[in-house]
Write a protein that binds this ligand. Structure first.
Ligand SMILES: *Cc1c(COP(=O)(O)O)cnc(C)c1O
Length: 385
């Protein structure tokens, strides 16, 4: 018989031994890129606040007004009395951006994945997923009770092989991918996956958490496609969403348990999200900024040209990644070390994320620190004549 403390102690010792122990560090973000930890000031290259909207004055005003008008909390679930007027506004904005008939807002991206995937697949169904999908999709697939198979990252041939071998044995089949992969920053072949979904009588759920508001064109409307994502990253608020046809959204509203059995989002959160989407649509050039910053960083360091605002630098060993991250911190730069199980074994890495709020000088400072630590390319030789 083991006590609870005993259990915790052993488990934590094993996490520590494998360099997997996590620490929640108190962090003050009083700005979208500057932060304070233990009294020390840093520039962050770690946030998902891609457009710097968490601290935008207009969005703060929208949130404050919503608090004044509707209070701090929703009071109950959406199905009881929590369905504030902001939901309808936000859902119509999301449907319009994703070019779908309708949208459903959830409490978070995590909850959206749980709800959507378990509403569409269960025992007797098949889920085929990219190896690198986010933890929330993995959890959802496992909780759904469906048979869960995975294909090598972005490998359409492997995906098709699984479909060809297994699809016929199951009732429904769901394919899962991310549009922009959260730990690698590369893009999924969404249109080709949609063709496979058509060919093999399957449905596609794509998670646009890191694409929405960052990559310029992220709408892939299709009858077999659920486009999900989050309001917690580029939108600078909190929440998740799923966009699809009207009837599919109605199905989700009636069967996605993570939408039904949880309290509605606070009105202020919804109001700032709706205001953020409006701002993005009326500010030309804003969406392109994070990618431009990421590309400048890659140019200055000799890293491959990024396709998104996420630039990984794979180190391999977890301890080495942690040490590298610490070296950046000593220079006032927050760059997270991402370790297993967030990424596959032996692929611990530094993960740089860029924001519209970073100036070119911020990026140059980071690149200097990077180049001092890692030599990835030969400086062009200077020839004196
Ligand atoms: C962040 C993230 C989520 C979770 O979204 P939250 O709104 O933070 O719960 C889901 N999927 C992916 C790919 C993510 O990066």
């Amino acid at each position: 018989m083991a006590g609870l403390n005993d259990f915790a102690e052993k488990k934590l010792a094993s996490l520590t031994k494998n360099n997997q122990l996590r620490v929640y560090q108190t962090t003050e973000r009083s700005d979208s890129i500057y932060l304070i930890r233990e009294g020390k000031h840093y520039i962050s290259f770690a946030c998902n606040d891609y457009l710097g909207l968490t601290h935008h004055p207009k969005l703060k005003v929208a949130a404050i007004q919503a608090v004044k008008q509707y209070g701090t909390g929703a009071g109950s679930s959406r199905l009881i009395t929590g369905n504030s007027p902001f939901y309808a506004i936000l859902e119509s904005q999301l449907a319009s951006i994703k070019q779908t008939e309708a949208a459903l807002v959830f409490g978070s991206g995590y909850l959206a994945n749980l709800g959507v995937i378990s509403a569409l697949a269960g025992p007797g169904d098949l889920i085929i997923a990219d190896k690198y999908i986010h933890a929330s999709m993995i959890d959802a697939a496992q909780l759904s009770g469906a048979t869960f198979l995975r294909f090598a990252h972005n490998n359409l041939k492997r995906c098709e092989k699984l479909l060809a071998e297994h699809r016929a044995k199951f009732r429904h089949c769901l394919i899962l991918t991310e549009t922009v992969f959260s730990m690698d920053g590369d893009l999924a072949p969404v249109e080709k996956l949609l063709s496979l979904a058509e060919q093999y009588d399957s449905w596609l759920v794509s998670d646009d958490a890191h694409g929405f508001g960052v990559t310029p064109s992220t709408a892939f409307p299709h009858e077999r496609h659920i486009q999900m994502g989050t309001l917690s990253k580029s939108i600078g608020a909190y929440g998740g969403y799923a966009c699809a046809t009207k009837i599919v959204v109605e199905l989700l509203a009636n069967t996605a348990r993570s939408a039904m059995f949880t309290t509605a989002l606070p009105p202020a959160v919804l109001a700032s999200a709706a205001a953020a989407i409006k701002l993005i649509r009326t500010t030309p050039g804003l969406v392109e900024m994070p990618l431009r910053r990421a590309r400048l960083f890659a140019q200055l360091t000799g890293l491959p040209r990024p396709e998104s605002a996420i630039v990984p630098y794979i180190i391999g060993d977890s301890q080495k990644a942690l040490d590298a991250s610490l070296l950046f911190a000593k220079q006032g730069l927050i760059v997270p070390a991402i370790r297993p199980p967030s990424v596959p074994k032996d692929t611990a890495r530094l993960r740089f994320t860029f924001s519209a709020s970073h100036t070119e000088n911020h990026v140059r400072k980071l690149a200097q620190a990077f180049n001092a630590q890692f030599v990835t390319f030969e400086e062009p030789e200077v020839v004196f004549l």
